[in-house]
Design a protein around this ligand. Structure first.
Ligand code: NAP
Ligand code: G4F
Length: 331
């Protein structure tokens, strides 16, 4: 039975990946930080087969212990401070966890893996945020980076240190440059889920409106469930390489609003949406659109869920969740 260790297992991608690997027959270990992390209970209820190990990307010794306990064949480093807006106000923390945390995990793997016959394969969660002020359209594995946030800068470090450990020590270490991917498990702080949750609540009479920032930004949005499969495929290749994972389509926040409100029969969302400068960022990433040709040709990977299907799935999930909360409150 192959063994995998996932950092960030309580996050959106961590949960999808844990389920995917479990279905592939892996023994799955999930790294969880904090002495009493409230998210542990929820994931253990949902995934009773998950082996929880303690560890923090800020603490090398805890990572060495976690890798030693799990003895994984594959490590997926998904843990990060991942919210771009938060990274502007917590730049040092973001650099420490999303940047230096990658280096610590690579060193933990070298320390524990160096004593084993079969090397540990490493996946780093790189991001389209590294392209930032994009130098070309669409973005590929060869597009230069120009990050626009402390988060993007930290991820560029994580990306290059992964490449450097591959080249310096011959590690099987690769990065997936994933464009935005969403779904019902997306955190409420991200724009897609913020919108679908608000749409559900407005429809049910629980909320009057929704305050957003920049509505003109464009993103290449895919479904998280499709994207975790690409992570796994990257670690099954003969040699470690980096891949862009994207749908090849881009849509504005306005287009997302069109589809989300239409799901509950509202064609004109303008009366419900206000623009609030608190949600604008000191520097914005205006346009992201990826070219995943390499992943298609080499990994045989393609996205399955379309943009309208994604929006529909997220609104349906939030309607269901909000209705269940209402029923529970009535009991
Ligand atoms: P997410 O839902 O925000 O999850 C982040 C995870 O990181 C959580 O499990 C969190 O644990 C964990 N974490 C935070 N600080 C940590 C620390 N000090 N030590 C260990 N774990 C820590 O993010 P996601 O959307 O699943 O994304 C997964 C990864 O892919 C992230 O690295 C993100 O930057 C990257 N990425 C995401 C996208 C996207 O569109 N979703 C695109 C490209 C790249 P707690 O629950 O305990 O806070
Ligand atoms: O949903 P967002 O916060 O995602 P963002 O900044 O694109 O980052 C996500 O995707 C990255 C991949 O490219 C990941 F690496 C990263 O970890 C994260 O998962 O914002 C999307 C866009 C931005 O342009 C933002 O300015 O939506 C705009 N926006 C407008 N109003 C808003 C809001 N974003 C949020 N979160 N909240 C708003 O009210």
């Amino acid at each position: 039975m192959p063994r995998a260790l996932i950092t960030g297992v309580t996050g959106q991608d961590g949960q999808h990946l844990a389920e995917f690997l479990n279905a592939q027959g892996y023994e799955v270990y999930g790294l969880v930080k904090g002495q009493n992390n409230p998210r542990i209970g929820a994931i253990v209820d949902e995934m009773p087969w998950l082996n929880v190990v303690q560890g923090d990307l800020a603490d090398l010794s805890s990572l060495v212990t976690a890798v030693d306990q799990a003895q994984p064949d594959e490590v997926y480093n998904l843990g990060a401070v991942s919210f771009v807006a938060y990274s502007f106000t917590h730049a040092e923390l973001t650099g420490d966890i999303s940047g230096l945390g990658v280096l610590r995990m690579l060193d933990a793997i070298r320390m524990v893996g160096g004593m084993r016959d079969n090397p540990i394969r490493f996946y780093q969660a790189s991001t389209s945020e590294m392209f930032g002020e994009v130098r070309e359209v669409p973005q590929t594995e060869m597009t230069p980076f120009h990050p626009r946030s402390p988060y993007g800068c930290a991820k560029v470090f994580g990306h290059y240190i992964t490449m450097n450990y591959r080249e310096s020590y011959g590690m099987y270490a690769c990065s997936g440059i994933l464009f935005n991917h969403e779904g019902p498990r997306r955190g409420i702080e991200f724009v897609t889920r913020k919108i679908t949750n608000a749409v559900a609540r407005i429809h049910l009479g629980l909320q009057d409106g929704l305050a957003l920032g920049n509505l003109e930004a464009k993103r290449d949005w895919g479904y998280a469930g499709d994207y975790v499969k690409a992570m796994w495929l990257m670690l099954q290749q003969e040699a470690a390489e980096d891949f862009v994972i994207a749908t090849g389509e881009t849509h504005s926040i306005r287009e997302f609003l069109d589809l989300a409100f239409a799901e509950v029969g509202i064609d004109d969302w303008e009366p419900y949406v206000t623009q609030d400068p608190r949600f604008l960022r000191p520097a914005e990433v205006d346009l992201l659109i990826g070219d995943a040709t390499k992943a298609k040709e080499r990994l045989g990977w393609e996205p399955e869920v379309s943009f309208p299907q994604l929006v529909s799935m997220m609104v349906a999930n939030d309607l269901d969740l909000e209705k269940r909360k209402m029923e529970a409150n009535l009991r």
